[in-house]
Write a protein of this length. Structure first.
Length: 77
């Protein structure tokens, strides 16, 4: 199964919980039809790329548990 990557502009840190922005929430739930327990990847230019697990889906927001870092930030950013 393919794990979808999403840009996340806020800070990412292993073992934290983040909430996806409203636009991402709609896409994840209505288009991709992901559910609680599904894995995604979150990335940004400052912290790199992290594996995440959807821990809750509520009306208007999704909480993701940030797991291990799978890619360090690129040197040119």
């Amino acid at each position: 199964m393919r794990i979808t990557r999403f840009y996340f502009g806020d800070s990412l840190k292993t073992d934290s919980i983040v909430k996806l922005h409203h636009e991402l929430t709609h896409y994840v739930v209505k288009v991709l039809r992901l559910k609680t327990g599904n894995q995604i990847k979150l990335f940004n230019s400052n912290e790199g790329e992290f594996l995440g697990t959807i821990v809750s889906i509520n009306k208007g927001d999704i909480s993701v548990s940030v797991g291990q870092q799978v890619r360090a930030p690129s040197e040119d950013s």
